[in-house]
Design a protein around this ligand. Structure first.
Ligand code: GLN
Length: 239
């Protein structure tokens, strides 16, 4: 009997644009290829919050999508902070990245407090940061994706950047940082979706979850030929 790993996607009904659902498909397939059994929960507003969670992911959304899930997310903030402090691997993209921070201040000066897992502040602007993006991280090497956001995010004292921008904008149009990382929680602006062309991030999350749940990680070997081909094409795309 395969060992089960429980993956929860937050708010796919309202926060799932620019292909972010692909992140769930990658985790599901790579868990299967590695010989584990994925259990998938798509959590939406009003659902009972799942238990025994091994991995959490969440995608981006329009400002309207953020409004739709906001109250429910605030209600789940304490549980999510406890999971983050208990080193559950999480990947939040764009709109949910912003709301996992301290606050999101719209360009009409409306302030939405975040759930405070990531020590970041986001300010809505009239400038949209859009286009293909390449970043670099010590842990994951080059990371390729696509960004489209009007919010500009700035890191606080207790969080590290996820990566450094090589081509594109990233968190804002000024400091060259992209994303944020706190313990095993990764926030990023990279859509694309990010995991299909950056499987090292998916494997990082899977290994953390398997070791946490079962103590040891003895994966099958995966042939990433097509993934590597896709990366090599995407990295050379113009901004
Ligand atoms: N609405 C937010 C912004 O524009 C997030 C957008 C997104 O999730 N792509 O910054």
């Amino acid at each position: 009997m395969s060992q089960v790993i429980h993956v929860v996607q937050l708010y796919p009904r309202d926060m799932n644009i620019y292909g972010d659902h692909g992140n769930l498909l990658v985790l599901k397939r790579r868990l299967q290829w590695y010989g584990y059994e994925p259990k998938i929960t798509e959590y939406n507003v009003g659902d009972d919050f799942p238990t025994d969670i091994d991995i959490i992911i969440g995608g981006g959304g329009q400002d309207s999508g953020q409004d739709k899930i906001y109250q429910d997310l605030m209600k789940r903030g304490k549980q999510l902070r406890e999971l983050a402090d208990n080193d559950v691997p999480m990947l939040l993209v764009c709109g949910l990245y912003q709301l996992f921070g301290q606050f999101f201040q719209t360009n009409q000066d409306k302030r939405l407090d975040g759930i405070g897992i990531l020590d970041v502040e986001t300010y809505g602007t009239t400038e949209r940061l859009i286009g293909n993006i390449v970043t670099h991280s010590e842990t994951f090497g080059d990371i390729v994706g696509y960004e489209n956001h009007s919010g500009q995010t700035y890191l606080g004292e207790t969080v590290q950047p996820f990566a450094t921008v090589v081509k594109g904008a990233g968190n804002n149009s000024k400091d060259g940082h992209e994303g944020a990382r706190y313990r095993n929680v990764i926030g990023t602006y990279l859509h694309g979706s990010i995991l299909p062309k950056n499987p090292k991030i998916a494997d990082f999350m899977i290994e953390l979850a398997v070791r946490k749940r079962y103590g040891d990680f003895t994966p099958n070997v995966i042939d990433d030929l097509f993934t590597d081909l896709a990366r090599s094409i995407a990295i050379d795309r113009p901004r």
